[in-house]
Ligand binder design. Sequence first.
Ligand code: TYD
Length: 386
Amino acid sequence: MPPANSFKSSRAEEEQCYPLVLELCQKCGNLQLQYCVDEKELFNQYFYITPDSPSLRSHYEFLVRYMFDETYLAPDSFVVEIGSNIGRFLLHLKDNPGVRRVLGVDPAQNVCALARKEGIETICAFFDGAVADVISREHGPAQIIVARHCCAHNKNPHLILKGVHNLLADDGYFVMENAYALNTLQNNEFDQIYHEHMFYYMIRSVQKLFELNDLSLVDIAIVPIHGGSIIFFAQKKKKGRAANPSVETYSRIEAELMGDGLLRDFVDNTENIGNRVKEIVTDVNNNKKSIWAYGATAKGSTLLNYLKIDYHEIPYCVDSTSIKHGKFLPMANIEIVPEEYAWSEPPDYFLLTAWNYKTEIISKVRSKGNSKSRFIVPIPQVTIEE
Ligand code: TYD
């Protein structure tokens, strides 16, 4: 597979392909990629721009309120976000009464520039021990370090956690949010597997990871965003705040639900969903109906390339991110066009490659006057929404 976010400037441009193999660690229960693509290749010019979405906004609201109510966010906090992208979360957080100042860290030049334009101070770097030391020297220790959907993007998470330990105030908290592997498996989200996602975290494996880095897990929140995510709250071991009962409860549930059966079902369901989507797309084409994709997501690259669907069957993919427009999905070679195309001359069907935003995308499309297109939703089961 090519890296899922490596959008191309033309169909003729060759893509680099790498093995995409998921393995299970028998020691700690971690799911991880067998082969990791060099991070510099994956993230230097990055096309993922956090969308402005109502479900993300309400998720940010939940997280900020939770950190405040559970006293993770202390008064006058200095908050650092790793993988801050264009700074949407920090923009949301910065006016909270508990926050003194915020600082983002992100390795992609283009997104750092956009964050700074919004007034979010951002350091352009891969976060590690050395970057943490520079921040600590210049700004002092952080009360909160947030890492949302980025720790799985580094083949050596110990480098991040070493930095977290160096930068975190002794009474501070590390807040790590990721897709939850249990949900990924239960909801048949095989399209979440791509090179940028090197790890698929379980509570059991994260606990081990934290322990190896002198951190301890104090709390867990399970949230619906991105098809089911988990938020881990950790402290320095020596701080010694008692763990919230959620840690014990969710760990027990995870141990009960994880078993050979779940993985086997996941493999079977992947095949069944794949066959069904391929069949529908083929039928739509045979019946001379039009079909486009909705959402130039990394997930969409996995789905389309796994099914060997390309621009001959699906000519366009609409997306709200302007820097993706005019580019082509890797390997599938489908042209990315502005979302407005979805309401001016809409196709008969959309394959909803951004299924995690299903409700808001369908209601947006309808509110723009498109009552024609039907939506093929691939995950968790294939459905066709009128
Ligand atoms: P996301 O689901 O975060 O994807 P990934 O699989 O890449 O992690 O990205 C959502 C994509 O969908 C992003 O490119 C923006 C696009 N999008 C729209 O086009 N319209 C919308 O209303 C929303 C919410 C997202």
